[in-house]
Design a binder for this molecule. Structure first.
Ligand code: DGL
Length: 287
C-alpha cells in the first residue's frame, strides 16, 4: 500500500487549519513542520522568511516527501519562488489557490484580502488576483493572530477589532471604487489570507455584509492538492493505488515537528485541530 507523503510547512500552529482541510480530503502520510521558535513570520522581512522556509524545506525533504505544501500565507507570499528553487519535490503554496477560488466566486471582480502585515506588503495576493482579473483591496490585520492564539475566537474584544478592520477595509474598497459603489459593484468576496483566520470565520461572517462571500485559502489549497494527487495517481496508473476514497478513507498518519516547546504546541494544536495531537517531536534547525 503506497500512500503519498505530504510535507506541510508553517511558521507555527496556524498551518494546522490547512492540514485539517487537507486531511479531510486526501489520505496521506502527513509530516507537519511548525517553526514555532521563530514565529511570527508576519512581521519579518522577505530575506529572513525565505531563509527559514528553505531550512524547513530541507528538513521535510529528509522525510522523503512527495509534495510540499506551504501552508503559511506569509511564507508563500514572500518566498515561494525561493522555496520552489530550493525544493526537489513539487511545491504548492496557499496564495494562488485562494486567488483562483476568489475569482471563481466574485461577480463584482473586486475582493478584500485580509492578512498579516508582511503578506499585505508583498502584494502577492493583489498580483495573483490581478492575473485572474480581480481587483484586490488588501488590509493588514496584525491583531488577529495573537487574539486567535489566545483562544479569543468568540470574544467581544475580537469582535470589536474585527469591526474596525473590516469597516476600514470596506471603506477603502468603496473609496477607491467610487464609481463602482454607485452602481452597486462593491467587493463581494473576502479572502482569509492567513492561516489563523479560519478560526474566526464564524465571527467574520456575522460582521461582514451579507452578500460578501468568504474564501478560505486553507480550503482552496486542499482542493488543489486533492486534484493534483488524483491526476498523479491516474498518470502513475495505480502507484498510489489506495487513493480511491472507498478503499483508503481511513489511511492517514501524522507526525509533527516543532522548533519550540512540544508541550506548548500540543496545547495550541488541540484548539486548532479540535482534537488531541501526539507524535510531536522537537527539532533544532539552528540559525
Ligand atoms: N502563518 C502565518 C500566515 O499565514 C501567520 C502567523 C505568522 O505571522 O507567523 O500568514
Amino acid at each position: 500500500v503506497t500512500l503519498p507523503r505530504i510535507g506541510v510547512f508553517d511558521s507555527g500552529v496556524g498551518g494546522l487549519t490547512v492540514l485539517k482541510a487537507l486531511a479531510e480530503r486526501q489520505p496521506a502520510h502527513y509530516f507537519y513542520f511548525g517553526d514555532t521558535a521563530r514565529l511570527p513570520y508576519g512581521t519579518k522581512s522577505a530575506e529572513t522568511v525565505a531563509r527559514y522556509a528553505i531550512g524547513a524545506t530541507r528538513f521535510l525533504e529528509s522525510r522523503n516527501i512527495d509534495l510540499l505544501v506551504i501552508a503559511c500565507n506569509t511564507a508563500t507570499a514572500l518566498a515561494l519562488p525561493q522555496i520552489e528553487a530550493a525544493a526537489s519535490v513539487p511545491v504548492v503554496g496557499v496564495v494562488e489557490p485562494g486567488a483562483a477560488m476568489a475569482s471563481e466566486v466574485s461577480q463584482a471582480r473586486r475582493a478584500i484580502v485580509i492578512a498579516t502585515e508582511a503578506t499585505v506588503a508583498s502584494h502577492a495576493y493583489r498580483d495573483a488576483l490581478a492575473r485572474h482579473g480581480v481587483q484586490a483591496f488588501e488590509k493588514a490585520c496584525p491583531l488577529f493572530v495573537p487574539l486567535v492564539e489566545e483562544g479569543w475566537t468568540e470574544h467581544a474584544v475580537t469582535e470589536q477589532v474585527a469591526q474596525i478592520y473590516l469597516g476600514e477595509a470596506i471603506r477603502q474598497s468603496s473609496n477607491l471604487g467610487e464609481a463602482a459603489t454607485q452602481n452597486g459593484d462593491e467587493a463581494d468576496v473576502m479572502v482569509l489570507a492567513c492561516t489563523h483566520y479560519p478560526l474566526i470565520a464564524p465571527l467574520l461572517r456575522r460582521i461582514a455584509p451579507a452578500q460578501m462571500k468568504i474564501v478560505d485559502s486553507a480550503e482552496s489549497t486542499a482542493r488543489v492538492v486533492k486534484a493534483m494527487m488524483e491526476s498523479v495517481s491516474r498518470e502513475a496508473a495505480g502507484e498510489y493505488e489506495d487513493l480511491a476514497p472507498s478503499k483508503s478513507s481511513d489511511h492517514r498518519s501524522f507526525r509533527f515537528f516543532v522548533t519550540d516547546s512540544v508541550e506548548k504546541f500540543k496545547k495550541l494544536a488541540t484548539r486548532f485541530l479540535g482534537r488531541q495531537v501526539d507524535n510531536v517531536e522537537h527539532v533544532d534547525l539552528g540559525g
